[in-house]
Structure formats: C-alpha cells, structure tokens
Design a protein around this ligand. Structure first.
Ligand code: 0X9
Ligand code: ZN
Length: 310
C-alpha cells in the first residue's frame, strides 16, 4: 500500500494519484492526463489540480526520468501531498495562485525494473537494434541541441542518447506537452538525485567548447541562488547552483534544455537532491521534502519579485 514516508512501487503511486484526483480540494478541478505510453505500454500520467476556466500559470514538477533516483519521486509526492492537504499557509497560498502539474514517474518502465530487476537501472527499457544492451538515457534524448556534448552514441553507455533527437516515446510525450503549455508555465522543475545542486539551462556545450548560455541567465541565476539559499537555510547543508553545464558537467538533450530552449519556459530547473547516492534510506524523504519545499516557496517568491518589477 502507498506510504508517503517510504518508497513506493509504481502501482501504489498510481493508486495515490487516483486518491488525490477523486477527492480534489474543494473549489478546484483535478484530472489525470495520459501524456503518452512508454515503450512497454505504460501510461505516463500527469496529475493536475487547477481552477476551472481561469488559465492560471502552471507550476510543473516531474521526477523519475532516471529510474533509480527514488528520492526524487518520494520528494515530489510529499510536495503534492502538501498542496493537496493544504499542509501549511504557503501550500494554501500557492494553490490559490497557481495550477499545479505533477508527473511523478516519467520513465515507468525503468522504474518498475528498479523494483523487479536491477535497483540501479537508469535508462528506459527500449531495446537497441544490433546491441544486447537495453535502454536510452531519456535525459540525453530531447530534441534541443541533441548530441552537443556529454552524451554517448554507445547503446551500452548509461548516457546513451538514442538513435535520433526525441526518438523515445517517453521523451516525445513530454516534449509535446511542454510545447503545448509552455507559455503558461511559471516554472518547470525536473527533479533528480543526487548532489545538492539547483541547476538550470543549459546543459549543452557549443561546438567551440563553451557552455550554452541562456539570454535570461541573470534572472535565472538569481532565482537559483534564492532557491538554493532557502534550501541550505533549512538544515545548514551546502548546495551549489548555476547552469547544468557549468555547475556539474556538459550534458545535452536534457529536459531543461528543451523546456527552456524549445518551449520557452524561462524558469526551468533541474535540482539534484540530497543523497547519499541513489539509495538513501526512507529517513531521507522527510528532510528532503522540507528543504526542497522551502526552496520551491522561495523560488516562486523570487520569480514573482523579478517578473512583477518588469
Ligand atoms: O547526468 C545527468 O543526467 C544528471 N545527473 S544524474 O546523476 N541525476 O544523472 C545531470 C545532468 C544535468 N542536470 C540535470 N539534468 N539534472
Ligand atoms: Zn538523474
């Protein structure tokens, strides 16, 4: 059964999505949209809570594009829980102001495989022609500067980029949605583990060897800074922040390069949560939620401050 304070199997996460959807917060409209099906035919479910007919700005959070990063969905599920239960005054204000969209498991085939096959599986589960190695790194497959550094052409690599830009059904499903709602998205946060980092676009490397830099980088960086400071203030931990390419390493075809570069979502971030590694015990879930929630609250406040002064 679903346990908000533990790691959950896909079927239990999906049951909880149904619970939230079927008992929507009074005055709001909840729905579940299937963005598309994974290679093995599983739906990629988007849970939405919105004000009917108001076309409000959207706060988007997704997780589990990398199957083994279990603290990511666990943290995002607790954030959804705060929104759906009105856990504190910030949660209530943020639901009263924005629509919230959640994709807890972007790579359902990989996630199921981490429970039933290999706990440390990262990629999708689509077989590769001419190779016995399975899967594409979906976070190298997006159709924006695909193949511009930090990805592999070897199907056996954990960072295999796929046969072409946006070749994988999971990536395609998310790309289509990002383009459709891009102008309405206040912020897109695609959650990974681990490393204590609040990263933004771009991840890709120019052929000249310099990191891609967004035109809005000053604003994007100030928001990352305010966010990381609120995260760090929670427990006194250290986080770094800045573009993915300059802060961690070049990586192209990643979610935020697409959401910023192709879908025009200015405040696109991809945090690397606390660890240790990919397999922290369930006791990491609550502190991860607390610090990331404080970060999200500060992030939205800073975005509002910057955008309202323009
Ligand atoms: O290599 C990655 O895809 C990310 N690190 S992870 O350990 N989660 O695999 C970093 C890539 C750039 N940053 C993100 N997209 N998070
Ligand atoms: Zn990851």
């Amino acid at each position: 059964a679903f346990d908000i304070n533990d790691y959950n199997r896909l079927e239990d996460i999906e049951a909880q999505i149904d619970v939230w959807n079927n008992a929507c917060v009074s005055g709001f409209e909840c729905s579940i949209e299937n963005l598309g099906n994974s290679y093995e035919g599983r739906p990629i479910k988007l849970l939405k809570i919105e004000k009917a007919g108001e076309n409000r700005k959207i706060m988007w959070m997704d997780s589990t594009i990398h199957a083994r990063e279990w603290l990511a969905p666990a943290t995002v599920l607790k954030i959804a829980n705060a929104i759906f239960t009105g856990e504190n005054a910030d949660a209530t204000r943020l639901l009263n102001t924005y629509d919230w969209y959640f994709v807890f498991v972007m790579n359902p085939d990989g996630y199921v495989y981490t429970w039933d096959g290999d706990r440390f599986w990262r990629k999708s589960r689509n077989p590769n022609a001419g190779s016995s190695c399975i899967g594409t790194d979906l976070n190298r497959n997006y159709d924006y500067r695909w193949g511009f550094g930090g990805s592999s052409t070897n199907p056996c690599s954990t960072t295999y980029r796929g046969t072409s830009a946006g070749s994988e059904p999971e990536t395609k499903a998310v790309q289509t949605k990002a383009l459709a709602i891009g102008s309405r998205v206040l912020s897109w946060v695609s959650v990974h583990t681990s490393g204590n980092m609040w990263l933004s676009a771009f991840g890709y490397l120019e052929p000249s060897g310099v990191c891609g830099e967004p035109t809005d980088y000053n604003d994007i960086y100030s928001v990352a800074e305010a966010t990381a400071e609120a995260v760090m203030d929670t427990f006194g931990t250290t986080w770094t922040y800045g573009s993915a390419c300059t802060t961690i390493y070049p990586a192209s075809g990643i979610t935020v390069d697409y959401t910023y570069g192709a879908a025009g979502i200015k405040y696109s971030y991809t945090p690397e949560l606390r660890g240790p590694g990919f397999n922290p015990g369930p006791n990491a879930i609550t502190p991860s939620y607390q610090e990331v929630w404080n970060g999200i609250v500060a992030m939205i406040r800073k975005i509002e401050e910057i955008e309202n002064n323009k």
